[in-house]
Design a protein around this ligand. Structure first.
Ligand SMILES: Nc1ncnc2c1ncn2[C@@H]1O[C@H](COP(=O)(O)OP(=O)(O)O)[C@@H](O)[C@H]1O
Ligand SMILES: [Mg+2]
Length: 387
């Protein structure tokens, strides 16, 4: 089947794996690296996703950047049979019901609805972390105690755009979490339902948008952390994996502060750090995901900086102004919108990638590339959007 949006295909077309997410390009790249024929479903059907996957179906976008369950189920029924493994990426954080439905219809390879529900209900999650003796911030359903810095978060939110400082949650569906001083770090790990294996740590940063001070910016890695901390996190994530039945690739967000750490979030799915870690010396991450979902847990050492390990950085480039994609984007850009695509101010345009001998160099190259795009799209894009 050619890589075209909503191209007709039949289940017997012979794909090895089905990928679904808000943006499936990272998973499609991993499938390509693993030698798997992928059928990708996402909201963008970007040019590189089309080149990497063997088929791409563009899904209808619901308010913001949400998947529309009706459209998703309709498209899957049309294109996917019951035997092909289905891998879920971003976009299911607030939809355990939809994940359960998909699992009843297709061969979903991943953690499943029950795990998602426990990780994404902040109250159940905090209780679970307490029971497992895993350090975590306190959470509140109404006002934070006097003098405490707190963040307001939306239950099931993702991408950081819903997080801001507040003294009181605005209402139903929102909660407060104690603000912790420190550095944001994420760890990519594998779970086989019983134990976890850490693959690599990365640093993460925010790229504040209008009224969104904690909007996701990017990540860089691998980074090296103290051995005792690594062991503590590995133990904690193994306990959590066993308790929840985590399967496949997942990531945990941590805040580090002077040798101590807190777990703030677990995303039970492949995520943004595919962009920096799906490269040698690590084997194809989608292959690891499928193998661990089947119960294995490969004896891979933690990836750390050193000889033969390139430092990588990847960040989201948000449109500085309303833009119509005109000229070809540079080769270091991923998630490449097709020419003619209209992008509103503040929406993600693409992902910028960079490498270096160390993290500092990779991040410096990334920053220069971001500036280059800002200049190029800030003028040309604005002019085109005004036409
Ligand atoms: N309790 C906290 N203390 C300090 N910073 C936090 C806290 N919670 C979140 N953050 C910051 O906000 C970012 C987004 O928060 P997170 O809970 O991961 O949101 P999302 O689920 O949308 O990814 C984190 O990566 C971190 O930088
Ligand atoms: Mg997060």
């Amino acid at each position: 089947m050619p890589s075209s949006s909503r191209a007709p295909s039949r289940p017997e077309d012979g794909f090895d794996v089905v990928l679904i997410g808000i943006a499936a390009r990272g998973l499609a790249a991993s499938a390509r690296r693993a030698g798997l024929r992928a059928l990708a479903f996402d909201l963008f059907a970007d040019e590189d996703t089309r080149a990497l996957a063997h088929g791409v179906v563009r899904l209808r976008r619901k308010q913001g950047f949400a998947l529309d369950p009706d459209d998703l189920l309709e498209q899957l029924a049309r294109h996917v049979g019951p035997d092909t493994p289905v891998v879920l990426g971003t976009g299911f954080e607030d939809a355990p019901g939809l994940v359960a439905r998909l699992a009843g219809l297709f061969r979903v390879a991943g953690s499943g609805a029950a795990a998602l529900a426990r990780l994404k209900d902040p109250f159940a999650f905090a209780r679970l972390l307490g029971d497992l003796d895993i350090p975590h911030p306190r959470i509140f359903t109404d006002r934070a105690p006097a003098g405490m810095h707190a963040l307001e978060k939306r239950i099931g939110g993702s991408g950081g755009g819903h997080v801001r400082r507040a003294a009181e949650p605005r209402g139903e569906g929102w909660y407060l979490q104690e603000f912790l001083e420190g550095h944001s770090v994420s760890v990519l790990f594998l779970g086989n339902g019983r134990a976890a294996r850490l693959l690599a740590f990365s640093e993460q940063w925010c790229d504040p948008g209008e009224d969104a001070p904690f909007r996701y910016g990017g990540c860089a890695g691998p980074i090296q952390l103290e051995e005792t901390l690594v062991q503590q996190v590995a133990g904690a994530l193994s306990r959590l994996t066993g308790a929840v039945g985590l399967k496949g690739l997942a990531s945990a967000d941590l805040i580090l502060h002077e040798g101590s750490w807190h777990l703030i979030e677990v995303n039970p799915r492949p995520g943004a750090t595919l962009d920096i870690f799906d490269a040698p010396p690590l084997p194809p991450l989608l292959r690891l995901h499928l193998d661990t979902c089947a119960g294995g847990l490969p004896p891979l050492p933690l990836l750390v900086p050193g000889a033969g390990v390139e430092a990588r950085a990847a960040g989201v480039f948000y449109a500085p102004a309303a833009t119509v994609m005109r000229d070809a984007l540079p080769g270091w850009v991923a998630d490449r919108p097709a020419p003619g695509t209209r992008i509103a101010a503040g929406e993600p345009v693409c992902t910028v990638r960079a490498t270096g001998r160390d993290i500092a160099e990779a991040r410096a190259v990334l920053a220069r590339r971001m500036n280059h795009l800002s200049r190029a799209l800030g003028t040309a894009g604005r002019a085109a959007a005004a036409e």
